[in-house]
Ligand binder design. Structure first.
Ligand SMILES: [Zn+2]
Length: 432
């Protein structure tokens, strides 16, 4: 790749038009080096991810920036600020992708940070604090069944079991992949903090939006208020009584499907009421089925199995809604003569973004003439790991059509450049 690293001669200006071309070139090169079928594949702690990191490092070095790989194998690109010993600011995102995913999920945040510091360097501007542009490894769970590997490793969050996880297609362990890249697995296994949260003044991540809100509201850039956590049940079974569809009258039935529908309808009504009151909540039953071994057209269903997922930015809303789930399940049980069997619930805590950074980023949008809004993130990001480690964290979303984790994700470079401008402004005038 090295022959094509430097897309523009140094003596050219770094006007918005040049920056736009520069960004397109970097994304195109990243696409070319990791193209796989209709999308891109940059495997976690694997060759695609490493190639993308080396390319970003080469671009940075050709601009006179220093780079290194940290003990977890993440790439760090550094620009020294006016107070080199004070806490520094990290901006970045991940460089891995799901298999045959899109080119922008993750990479957009790394390229944004890179462009922001290159602009400072070229324009001779020194930011108040050191800036570390980080390309994190292993955010996607698709390869080893666990997300946030590169960021989790920085804060002692990976376990022995995590490092023993097997790659989805080669069967080799994560530890083997890490060792090949010179990662200090002994430190990770010891639970060492590879990064001191107190030495970081802020973690800012630009990312494409993965939902439909910004397209619907015509917003090129939005600021994230928080990352939703979730409570999940993989399997809930409603037990009723099977019977002849023609012979059992309504008053003697214990229909598991109608009971489940009743429960979901009650939950939907509560959800609508809570949303009216301004609470952040989404509720999904993505799987629902009768028992395929004995279900039939002419049989009253005696069993219905479903999953339930509740997401919110607020742990209080999550827990309160969960209580409603259990209470309504009891209500439906006694009304319809059925019972609900819940498997073990799982909880992923929400992560709030930092108020001062949110405010500053919204101001930066305004200064750049952008209409913006603060919206929640329905998906998880590395920013949650930093936030939960005690680092003031924030996210900039850029409009993107067709969702993500698929080759059709589509971000306009024009929208991306608005996001980079907001990031650049915030790095030059951070809320310290
Ligand atoms: Zn992502």
């Amino acid at each position: 790749m090295s022959t094509r690293v430097h897309p523009f001669p140094k003596n050219k200006d770094f006007s918005p038009k040049v920056r736009h071309k520069f960004a397109s070139k970097i994304f195109n090169n990243l696409y070319k080096m990791s193209a796989d079928g209709p999308g891109v594949s940059r495997a976690t702690y694997g060759p695609g991810e490493t190639a993308a990191m080396k390319y970003c490092a080469e671009v940075a070095e050709s601009e006179g920036l220093s780079t290194y790989f940290d003990d977890a194998g993440n790439l760090v690109i550094e620009l020294t600020g006016q107070a080199p010993d004070a806490p520094f600011i990290i901006c970045g995102s991940h460089l891995d992708s799901v298999p045959q995913g899109g080119n922008f999920d993750g990479a957009a945040g790394v390229v944004a940070g890179l462009l922001a510091v290159i602009r400072m360097k070229r324009e001779g501007v020194t930011p108040p604090r050191n800036i570390h542009v980080m390309a994190l490894r292993g955010e996607e769970s698709a390869w080893f069944g666990q997300c946030y590997l590169g960021s989790g490793a920085l804060f002692g969050k990976l376990t022995k079991e995590d490092l023993a996880r097997k790659h989805r297609s080669t069967g080799k362990s994560l530890e083997d992949y890490m060792l090949e890249l010179g990662v200090k697995t002994n430190r990770i296994l010891a639970g060492d903090n590879l990064l001191d949260a107190n030495s970081i003044a802020g973690y800012i991540e630009l990312h494409i939006e993965q939902g439909p809100v910004m397209v619907a509201r015509n917003l090129p850039v939005a600021i994230v208020t928080g990352l939703r956590g979730n409570i999940r049940h993989q399997e809930i079974i409603c037990h009723g009584d099977a019977g002849h569809a023609g012979a059992v009258p309504r008053w003697l039935r214990h229909d598991a499907v109608l009971a489940t529908a009743d429960l979901l309808h009650r939950l939907d009504t509560h959800w609508a009421a809570l949303q009216e009151r301004g609470l952040d909540l989404v509720v999904t039953t993505g799987m629902l089925m009768t028992n395929k071994d004995d279900h039939a057209m002419s049989r009253i269903p005696g069993e219905c199995q479903f999953c339930l997922e509740i997401r919110s930015q607020s742990i209080d809303t999550l827990e309160a809604f969960y209580q409603l789930v259990r209470t309504e399940a009891k209500g439906v049980s006694s009304a319809r003569g059925v019972s609900f069997e819940f498997d073990e619930r799982s909880l992923a805590a929400p992560a709030m973004m930092n108020d001062r950074w949110i405010k500053r980023l919204l101001e930066c949008c305004e200064e750049n003439g952008l209409e913006s809004e603060a919206i929640p993130s329905g998906a998880g990001h590395d920013a949650a790991v930093f936030s939960n480690a005690g680092v003031p964290s924030a996210m900039i979303f850029v409009r993107n059509e067709n969702g993500s984790h698929n080759p059709k994700e589509s971000m306009k470079i024009e929208d991306f450049m608005y996001g980079v401008d907001v990031l650049h402004a915030a790095l030059l005038n951070p809320p310290l």
